[in-house]
Write a protein that binds this ligand. Sequence first.
Ligand code: NIG
Ligand code: FE
Length: 414
Amino acid sequence: MAIQVIINIRQLINAGQHRPLLRGKELSTLPSVENAWIVIEDDTIADFGSMDSIPGTLLNHTNRTDAAGRFILPCWCDSHTHLVFAASRESEFIDKIKGLSYAEIAAKGGGILNSAKKVNALSEDELFNLAWKRLEEVSRLGTGAIEIKSGYGLSIEGELKMLRVIKKLKQKSKILIKSTFLGAHAYPGDYREDRQGYIDLITREMLPVIAREKLADYIDVFCEKGFFSPVEMETICKAGMEYGLKPKLHVNQLNSIGGIGKAIKLNAVSVDHLETMTENDTLLLSRSGTIGTLLPTAAFFLRMPFQPARELIDAGCAIALASDYNPGSSPSGNMNFVLSLSCIQMKMLPEEAINAATINGAWAMELENQSGTITKGKKANLIFTKEIPSISYLPYAFGSNLVDRVMISGEWLQ
Ligand code: NIG
Ligand code: FE
């Protein structure tokens, strides 16, 4: 068994017992151990404690590292990404700067359909290699668990190709990965006049293969005006649930059209985006077991109002933070910047933001037993900070890379 001992850690953040899903006020409690040590056995956190009571065998262990007063956190748990895509879309970025709207860009053949054309033109290997690079980049920025969606195929072959790429990423990477089927991301051109035809394609043609090949853990629908209605979302989710896929849904990004109520009735694991919330949406969410996943970098990039994090937390909702990494609305998977934006623009406290980006993100992927806190028995997925004066400095000093080293499954990333 390989044993590693790390001593003289300024603070172990979010360390202690396993934590339940945090809601409302609970989000501001961040347990930590000051002046600490930690022991890692193979890929697992074996033990930790205070330097005051470190056993002599550990203090003198041959495989020990001196953290020299730096902080250690659990890796980020990014519970909403679209990181399998074929090409960036910076020409749309320029169009937007020049004043074109999201809808006008979509009408020009841009947006999700543009990404779908490109995914369908690439081979599975090409797509895998691009996604692998992105996964490596975000892991070096501290992400240790991630959810990845399909949704840029919008054809049987394209969707299966994306999901097979995600399956290969799961097999090859040490990062914890969950896979979500998002065939209902947009209606492809051929089905614009035949919406039921596309829903049938999803439910009758795609889902049986996805289930047979075990290609997905969750099902997602983009429930939005001009995309999928709440009733269409319900039909698609129910079909996915027959195959054991739980819903994790895109709702309330641009409009409030009843998606939240329906999602909660479907027992969705999470409802994601939430830029546009009514009082009733917030009330429903606060009384449910569904997690609200906020994606501040998408609001930032699209110049939209940020998600009302304060109202949601004050109402007692369970909140997670995620990057939404995708080429159209968040071409960055940097969870450190997500953390900064959530504090700067959404008035989340650093403690709330760290909890939302670690343990609650883990819950939003049902990976809470393996990640999200520094707890005995969980995976040794850890962020080592550079020298910083306090943990609040992390979101405060936005744009600086304050991640010194990252450990995934007990191994240092290079
Ligand atoms: O989560 N909103 C829908 N899907 C993505 C963006 C899709 C795109 O523009 O490629 C999102 O923001
Ligand atoms: Fe998204």
